[in-house]
Design a protein around this ligand. Structure first.
Ligand code: PLP
Ligand code: COI
Length: 366
């Protein structure tokens, strides 16, 4: 169904950073991830009677909420994560944004939230770039991370889906997600906590899944690891995903193995990596994978690499899994790591350094 064109109202931020202030943030070696934000944000209202309405670009700043707003009590919210990349000629592009828009719709459906039309999602990215395009950094491997999100704003304590919802879009200039950059990760295997179960909301990008992961992520830090890996909730045997990334194993005989489960997020980076793998002649196995298969595969020499992948982290090798009572150490790579060569190829596409042969890029500033 065709959606109506939105009539955007743009209210410039009178306290926007100066070019000098912005440049200092963008060129800081401490840029990191998710610490600074652009001058504006998008806000679109939804109500049961009026549908999507009043689309605005306005100053970035606090959101006023009634203390009874449903999201604060029942966590009815969903979000997304994608990036804008600056190409060498200065133009600004995003990567597979339609897939993010579609995933946000699937997440919204699971959380009984209204589905934002794909065109509105894409339009919101363009509208924000039209005012904040100067925030897309230029240094190597930096980007502007978009965080679209939507939540139940209605003030009502009865437990039902809300009749008033808002969609927002904020953006944050980003460098490396991990402080070690692309240094291999140590991963903590949580055997105490699970993230999501069959029929739950693990496949939705919703805050509750991240809330469920935090105590396990704390355990990971306490054990000297950067990320936590969850197992399936039913049997505690099968690999699911990391707190904020998908997982891929690489075999000696050119297979990429990744867990299949209805309780993990369908990663867009993962899907892209699998496509690049296929293009290179790898066979792709998306199936149940047990932690024992990983351990035994490393012992036998069959599994030669493992990596994490997601929008924020891109692709980062894993060199160790730690559990309470065992450890898996990945072998030293022979030659270039597959993870890093896939990362190079993926970022070459994202930054326009090679041809976009799968049609994954979309221009935002024209
Ligand atoms: N799994 C989880 C739990 C995530 O938070 C993310 C990051 O968004 C991913 C997987 C990877 O998804 P994508 O590649 O679409 O960013
Ligand atoms: C992303 O990669 O977009 C995420 O949402 C994951 C989070 C760890 C930042």
């Amino acid at each position: 169904m065709a959606t109506q064109d939105l009539l955007w109202q743009v209210i410039p931020n009178p306290a926007a950073k100066t070019v000098k202030e912005r440049t200092a943030i963008l060129s800081s070696p401490e840029l990191g991830f998710g610490k600074s934000f652009t001058d504006h944000m998008v806000d679109i209202c939804w109500s049961e009677k009026g549908g999507w309405h009043r689309p605005r670009v306005q100053a970035y700043g606090p959101i006023s909420l009634d203390p009874a707003a449903a999201v604060l009590h029942y966590a009815q919210e969903v979000f997304e994560g994608l990036k804008a990349y600056r190409h060498a000629d200065g133009s600004i592009w995003t990567f597979r944004a339609t897939a993010n828009a579609a995933r946000m719709q699937r997440s919204a459906k699971r959380l009984a939230l209204p589905e934002l039309p794909v065109e509105y999602f894409l339009d919101s990215l363009k509208q924000l770039i039209a005012v904040d395009g100067g925030w897309v950094p230029t240094a190597d491997e930096t980007s502007l991370y978009f965080r679209p999100f939507m939540f139940a704003k209605e003030a009502f304590l009865g437990v039902r889906s809300a009749n008033k919802v808002n969609y927002y879009l904020i953006a944050s200039p980003a460098g490396a997600y991990f402080s070690g950059g692309i240094s291999p990760l140590s991963i903590w295997l949580s055997t105490t906590y699970t993230r999501a179960g069959h029929g739950g909301m693990g496949a939705a990008k919703t805050g509750g899944n991240y809330a469920a992961s935090l105590v396990a992520q704390q355990e990971a830090y306490e054990n000297g690891c950067q990320q936590v890996l969850f197992l399936d909730a039913q049997e505690g045997k099968y690999l699911e995903e990391l707190g904020g990334m998908n997982l891929v194993l690489v075999t000696k005989d050119k297979r990429l193995i990744t867990p299949d489960s209805d309780s993990i997020l369908e990663g867009i980076t993962l899907d892209s990596v699998l496509q690049l793998g296929r293009d290179r002649g790898y066979s792709i196995e998306q199936r149940r994978v047990s932690i024992d298969e990983w351990r035994e595969g490393v012992e036998s020499g069959e599994i030669v690499e493992a990596f994490a992948c997601g929008t924020a982290a891109v692709i980062v090798p894993i060199d160790q899994i730690k559990a309470a009572d065992f450890e898996i150490r990945m072998p030293e790579p022979e030659g270039e790591r597959v993870a890093l060569s896939l990362r190079q190829e993926l970022t070459d596409i994202q930054y326009g350094r090679v041809a976009d042969r799968h049609g994954w890029l979309q221009r935002l500033d024209a």
